[in-house]
Write a protein that binds this ligand. Sequence first.
Ligand code: GLA
Length: 391
Amino acid sequence: MEKLLGAIFEEIYKSYPEVISSAPGRINIIGEHTDYNQGYVLPAAINLRNYLFLSKRNDKKVCLWAENFKTKDMFSLQKICFSEQNKWINYVKGVFWALEEEGFDLQGINGLIWGDIPLEAGLSSSAALEVIIVYGLNTLFKLGLAPLRMVEIARKAENDFVGVKCGLMDQFISVFGQKNKALFLDCESLQHELISLNLEKAGLQILVFESGVRRELAFSEYNKRRLESFRALELLKKYGIKSYKQAYLGVLEEKKDEMDEVLLKRARHVISENWRVKKAVEAIKKDDFRLLGELIFQSHESLRDDYEVSCPELDLLYDTAQEFTGCFGARLTGAGFGGSGIALVKREKTGAFREKLLKEAEKRGFVQPGFYEVEVEEGACAYFLNKEGKE
Ligand code: GLA
């Protein structure tokens, strides 16, 4: 694929690319809507990636060829404006903008982008897009940025330029992910630990279930949940609770008559999800995948009932998984409101499980779901190319 993309670059720009960068999408094993609440998450990078081939220009233009859409786009670094027509380019512009905000005065580039992470499927294709841009520019212009700084720049692009107030999880895992390891991250201290995920040894497979549901409400509802959970924490502070990580479910029980019901539910999700992440880490360390599966199921229930970010298609995954021998656990992954779910399935049973899901979806008149049997892969990288390939 790299050779083919290099050849397309050459044909479009009549020169060789100088640098190639790539970054993965992710699944989140458990720990949903906890990142912006300064809590714990446990994502893993997957073998679906975005790629950028790029070279310097002598002016301030950014020329981009999007191979997936076969379209060309251009913007000037002299004036970086939000694009209403072309949504995906804002993630690219956002990274250039964030670098300028950090004081870098960049030249333009010629670039080619390609990726196999499905779009708007809740697998973080946009974070991977931001990350290939910042990694590519860091290498091409020798900016000397450390990985954590690149995570922060990518997130700044999404928060302050694109306008999605996401947490740090997606950019973090796209940068720090490692093959066959899950990443346990404390989103407050940013302390993290990579934990071996011995799925193959246990005969298990992570199956991504792409619901096919467009996440139209995702942006507005996401920001709404975020504010609700902030408001709930403000209330808890009155009772001496400083953070969700410190909180315990008992306090909600004690104060339930004094709290708004919706806020109570949001807080219950965040508090219990933090607890589940810690338990999941212990389970993975002991190769106890039955327990991990249980926690994954519980996470879905909490996201469905307390955080209210599921949808009938993702609940179908959960319901079917509950009854299917050979599936240890299943839940929605990412923000929810459509997008994807994950299931932990016995390798020899994935085919039968997929068929069952297809049948159930058809019965209910749902869009035909898509499936990916994903592997856990390395995070982002970038390197200079010579004409023969990698330098
Ligand atoms: C999206 C955001 C993340 C995180 C998840 C929910 O993927 O980008 O920061 O909040 O939703 O866990």
